[in-house]
Design a protein around this ligand. Structure first.
Ligand SMILES: Cc1cc2nc3c(=O)[nH]c(=O)nc-3n(C[C@H](O)[C@H](O)[C@H](O)COP(=O)(O)O)c2cc1C
Length: 366
């Protein structure tokens, strides 16, 4: 029998009735993060039991929804939850079954201690796995204990993505955010992994909240995910031939367009600036989830205009390939494999950061 003991997430301060305390927004977010990691770890409890108190119930509901499971509220998990209740609730499950209990301290910590002999202190939103030697003996071993902070770190998909070689870390002249440091434009896309609808929405939402001149929001995106095979092939046909051999393996393709003439005869000179900014945000949100972008000027704008009926007041701007990276590049032509391994170069700050007069490198630069 495998037991998971989960302490509820961060809850409101005690005011009035302890019973009705709910998770805070941060508590919900952190439990959501933990639940996503639990899913990736392959947790598959046959049953999830929760204390009836809202803070535990809400914690359990987030986990149950993420794992695609039902949830059972049990009075037994309220204050005073003990080993006898653990055994009673799990007695009908098979010897190899997994079961999760979502409740309170000190019960959660005490139960782990009682079962394993290890003194533990479970944080709010922390999870312990205890493998019981036999369901009724009340003895087992502590296999792991995950603190919420560790869940947060594990949840950063990009940390996993970073392990995929090559990493192409640039030599920066100052500290920059890891997401920016790790962004680059790959040609080696993982043909097996698609981008879920939920993630795709998250990327587009990141673009949506970009700044834009007068809040005009001149960006437009046409999206084709690989699983929509006809739409994907159609978009692939708009790319220049040099981009097709690698872009065809991306999880999704996008065409971007900027609203050049929001009003007739009025050229909007910041339209492409704002579109670029939105794509920049989208790229970083994507990398946060381990998804890389490769943008392309190499496509046929007029063909795109015709195929997608893009109105005259919009200018087709770029194509974008998105997907998870792979280090296995056998499917790519030799020249592309070499490109994937190549280094990354940039002009020094002195060449483009001026002060006083054009071309005069600012004095504060290194
Ligand atoms: C607007 C734009 C157009 C681009 N067009 C292409 C393209 O058609 N084909 C291609 O392989 N890469 C293209 N790129 C990728 C650039 O070559 C790449 O961003 C640049 O070399 C810097 O490398 P990095 O993104 O890996 O840091 C384009 C990038 C941008 C922003």
């Amino acid at each position: 029998m495998r037991y998971y003991f989960l302490r509820h997430g961060i809850a409101e301060d005690f005011s009035g009735s302890d019973f009705s305390r709910e998770l805070t927004a941060r508590g919900r977010r952190r439990v959501g993060t933990a639940a996503a990691v639990m899913k990736r770890l392959g947790l598959a409890p046959a049953r999830i039991f929760s204390s009836p108190r809202p803070r535990a119930h809400q914690t359990a509901a987030i986990v149950a929804e993420t794992l695609g499971m039902d949830l059972t509220i049990s009075e037994a998990l309220d204050f005073g939850f003990d080993l006898a209740a653990v055994q009673r609730l799990s007695q009908d499950l098979g010897a190899d079954a997994e079961v999760m209990f979502v409740g309170h301290n000190p019960d959660m910590s005490l139960l782990v201690q009682q079962l394993t002999g290890c003194s533990v202190s479970m944080k709010k939103g922390g999870l312990a796995r205890v493998d019981a030697f036999d369901a009724q003996s009340g003895q087992g071993e502590l296999v792991w204990l995950i603190a919420p902070k560790v869940f947060d770190t594990l949840a950063r998909d990009y940390s996993a993505a970073l392990l995929t070689p090559p990493q192409k870390l640039p030599a920066t002249s100052a500290e920059i955010h890891p997401l920016i440091k790790h962004r680059w434009s790959p040609v080696g896309f993982d043909r097996e992994r698609g981008i879920s609808r939920k993630l795709m929405l998250s990327l587009l939402e990141a673009a949506r909240w970009s700044a834009s001149s007068s809040n005009v929001q001149p960006w437009r995106f046409i999206v084709a995910r690989r699983e929509e095979s006809e739409a994907f092939q159609q978009m692939l046909s708009v790319l220049r031939e040099g981009n097709q051999p690698w872009a065809r393996h991306a999880a999704a393709l996008m065409l971007t367009a900027a609203h050049r003439y929001p009003k007739p005869e009025q050229y909007h000179r910041h339209a492409s600036h704002d579109l670029g900014l939105a794509i920049g945000q989208l790229a970083l949100q994507a990398l946060h989830h381990g998804i890389y972008l490769h943008q392309m000027g190499g496509f046929y704008p007029e063909k795109a205009r015709e195929l997608y009926k893009i109105p005259e007041d919009f200018e087709p701007m770029t194509a974008v390939a998105l997907g998870y990276r792979t280090a296995e590049l056998e499917h790519l032509p030799e020249r592309l494999r070499g490109r994937e391994a190549g280094g990354r170069e940039r002009h020094p700050l002195q060449e483009f950061v001026f002060a006083g007069s054009w071309g005069e490198a600012a004095a504060f630069l290194p």
